[in-house]
Ligand binder design. Structure first.
Ligand code: ZN
Length: 370
């Protein structure tokens, strides 16, 4: 008995157990302009033997599961999809619905004869240039040898670069994250005493001077914690590689490992607004430094707070209005449209060291520089 497949025309949102035999006529990635970032999504247009088309999306966290199994132009049997309404700009099909791949979606290679390769719908360029065309809808047009399509009405011309792939380009800015373990080891100065590090080894700065630095280096300054930013986000759920894991499909997706992970653990990420007499800025304390500061690992901190606790730990709230010495990176490399944040590499509230620092650099009682 030959298996029966659902037709694309019959796809609706009443169920997820669709069983399609289709040719992937277009496959592309929505690129993330950030360097070395995973694409936002993998997009496809599928056509079945009746010539009906439907759009399908593989979201970022699932690309690794499907990208090696699928090629443009090939025939596949797909089962188990999410079905969503086909709305928005740049629709590739007029189908009322589109398909969203899920973790459980199955892909099997199909026989080439099952869907004809000659099922393109070619639009007439003069219809597109007429002006009342639905511009949210993507079409195929035939190009001349120079990659141009001409519209007669307004003497318009579309030029298509046949040498390169065309992407929809989107950019996001993501906050910096904890460096890789290898970098941590290079920066490990734990054998140097706090006093030596803050008073004798690392050059002193002010927040104002820190913002003007053009060189990648570490500096120390004396400042007061004014506000805990995003105080409910004082930790994040990390993969074993230390990158943030995003909840997805009842597991976590790690962008760095590019896979789903189940083993995750909490890590500190404290965002502090710190002020001195010259300026103020945002500083981030990551896991190792947070554990040193609170003398407690992040998971121990969560355990000690008990299951019913709300909000951040008391130790974090108690930092507000307290004076510390901070050792920070100048963070010259980070290009951002927003105000920069700086990574705290070490901090201390040791009153003796703070007093010596203030005496050495003539810092007044209220943090002013004399
Ligand atoms: Zn990972």
């Amino acid at each position: 008995m030959t298996p029966s497949y659902d037709s694309i025309a019959s796809v609706n949102s009443n169920k997820e157990s669709w069983n399609l035999m289709v040719r992937v006529v277009r496959l592309w990635y929505v690129k993330n302009l950030g360097s070395n970032k995973l694409p936002f999504s993998m997009e496809m247009v599928m056509v079945d033997k009746n010539g009906d088309r439907i759009h399908a999306t593989v979201r970022r966290s699932l690309i690794y599961k499907f990208e090696n199994d699928m090629k443009e132009g090939e025939i596949y049997n797909f089962t188990n999809f999410g079905v969503a309404t086909n709305i928005g700009e740049y629709r590739t099909t007029k189908h009322q619905y589109k398909l969203n791949f899920q973790y459980a979606t199955k892909v099997k290679k199909g026989a080439d004869k099952l869907v004809s390769p000659h099922l393109y719908v070619i639009a007439n360029p003069s219809d597109i240039f007429a002006g009342d065309y639905d511009t949210d809808y993507l079409v195929a047009i035939e190009l001349d040898y120079d990659g141009k399509a001409y519209g007669s009405k307004h003497n318009l011309c579309i030029e298509v670069d046949l040498q390169s792939d065309v992407y929809y380009c989107l950019g996001v800015e993501e906050e910096g994250d904890s460096p890789s373990p290898a970098i941590c080891m290079l920066q490990d100065t734990s054998k140097i005493s706090i006093e030596d590090d803050f008073l004798n080894i690392t050059p002193m700065t002010t927040i104002e001077a820190l913002k003007d630095m053009k060189m990648e280096t570490s500096l120390v300054f004396c400042g007061v914690v004014k506000v805990i930013l995003d105080e409910d986000d004082w930790f994040y759920t990390a993969c074993i590689c230390h990158k943030k894991g995003y909840p997805d499909e009842k597991m976590y997706f790690c962008e760095k490992c590019n896979k789903h992970v189940v083993t995750v653990f909490p890590r500190y990420r404290l965002k502090l607004r710190i002020i001195d007499s010259t300026d103020s800025s945002t500083f981030v304390v990551f896991d190792r430094d947070g554990a040193e500061l609170f003398k407690k690992s992040c998971s121990d901190m969560i355990d000690s707070m008990g299951p019913k606790s709300n909000g951040p730990p008391k130790e974090l709230i108690d930092m507000v209005d307290k004076t510390f010495l901070f050792k920070v990176d100048t963070n010259v490399k980070e290009e951002t449209r927003y105000e920069k944040s700086y990574r705290v590499k070490k901090m201390t509230d040791d009153v003796d060291v703070i007093a010596k620092f203030k005496a050495k650099y003539s810092v007044g009682e209220c943090g002013s520089y004399e």
